[in-house]
Design a protein around this ligand. Sequence first.
Ligand code: ASP
Length: 667
Amino acid sequence: MRLDQLGDFQRTHRNGELRLAQVGETVRVLGWCRRVRNLGFLVFLDLRDRWGLVQLVANEETAAPELLAKLKAVRSEFVLAAEGVVAERENKNPNMATGDIEIRLTDLRILNTAAPLPFPLEDEGVGEDLRLKYRFLDLRREELQRSLALRSEVANLTRNHFRELDFIEIETPILTKSTPEGARDYLVPSRVHAGEFFALPQSPQLFKQLLQVSGFERYIQICRCFRDEDLRADRQPEFTQVDIEMSFVRQEDVQGVIEPLMIKLARLVGKEVSAPFPRLPFRDAMEWYGSDKPDLRCALKIQDVTGLFATSGFNLFRAAAESQGQRRVRAICFPGQAAGALSRKQLDGYQEQAKQMGAGGLPYAKWGPEGLSSSFKKFLEPADEAALRQGLGALGEGLAIFAVGSDAQTSKVLGDLRTKLATDLAAIEPDPALSQQLHDKNTFAFLWVVDFPLLEWSEEARRFVACHHPFTSPHPEDLDLLEADPGRCRAVAYDLVLNGFEIGGGSIRIHDAETQNRMFRAIGIDTAEARAKFGFLLDALAFGAPPHGGVALGLDRLVMLLAGVENIREVIAFPKTAQARCLLTDAPSPVDERQLRDLHLLPEARQTYRVGAVFFESAEGGSPELRGQALQQISQLTPRQAQGLVTLDAQGQLLEAQTLSGPTFDF
Ligand code: ASP
């Protein structure tokens, strides 16, 4: 098809902004054809640009034949420039912003054609792999356009927020040295320095601390971070952080610049939240919600009911009561008819899920219209039942689920069931009071989880490792525990949580070399290793480092929650799959051997040969094929009387040559 030129065509309006006010005006618009409908004597075309859709129309009887021919040639996703007169529609479309009007075509240019699409853009059910392979088409969809526009708004609002607070934006290197944030590094081999590697930053942690030593006091960067870890719906190998660091601050000061930002961001999507956000110590979070990122939209708490079973006939529970706190019986109680009416089969389903989380079984007690049914009913005397109801605060109908084991096990199982069951029950029972309590989709529940442990024991490494990162300050009251009882030492570290997602984390940092060295020792890094890995940080701390601290927000996750979508890939223009692949560009992909050799990742295949009139021998071995190939080449190059060293690569290409005696080589 012969294409038209854009030439000097200028749009007068964006497609989404045309209204009745423009009726009678001649307008010029641009965009992609969403679809053409030929209704006999009328031909309709929906034209889409970034700002919306508008209907174009031509009448078979009155339109110029050339225009009609062109219009009929148009297919979905052709790129068009159109001119026409705005008219009021006879049949208005209330679902379309421009649904009151249409443009009666006077001229049409086809700027480009489009092959038939691999999937219809309006189809909701297209497989994600196909969408990612043709991401440039997928990105034409309205939801993605909206999410990426929101992302841009979020970034701008964030930058402005910090600019108003006198923060300064500073870029830090991408090619850098490994900083431990607890994940594997992406490494970049150095060509210039054989056998040495840069690491892509897991975060700019050390640079932002160094910038405090340099006196910048308030730093921000919206930056890319790279972590080679197993992916989940809310993780990507590369992700974006809003990275903050401040001098002369306590944790409340850092939280104090983040909370107003969250209020503004929530407002961007029409939600009101108020500050200060609740602060919840890590221990309470684990005790009550079984999670260090509790979803506070669900107010139900896990309870310790070990004491109720000290004399029980149910061995599993009694043994826990006698274990001196090694094992506990914990429970969560879901009030209401829907919970009391869950069937045996439904409970078995939850039991299966709990087993996958490491639970042995899932004892329950359920109060329905027929009274109590329980997996351990035969061990319950009437008096026990009353005590149980009272202990759990279970009035009326409802369901209590129990878990027995170490704190870590029971927290995991009950923490997970707490939100899962609450969501399911809220869907069954649309009672507003109850679903409000159980799970309110329209609420943003922010909180800070504080007082994290500084260290945790790693069975794999057989040593303590940092819970946050090794630059986090121990709690001033717990400093001596660093050597005496490292597992009990708290950190001045805090996470920002929204609706069950960790959307940020930070800490007050160690700012003196001595404490930093003590911390390194506590995690098994001796002085020599500390020097080799973090000498520059220790040096910086020795030259007047101010007290400082900061935080980093996960921008992708935050935008995901603001946009109300379930996966961070929906708010990233070109994401990787859960298998860490880019289906669009097919990265990662093999590279040619030459690149690998340049980067010193393949053993050198080059060979040096001593050559001359009467001999030809390899100085360092050499393959028979290469010898044959090389011999031929060298015999052409080498005057018989000369002797020298000739170096060839694996393909037999000449790399270097040096004359040893006799007439000079001539290359
Ligand atoms: N660098 C930390 C992280 O990426 C955040 C911080 O401590 O500021 O998790």
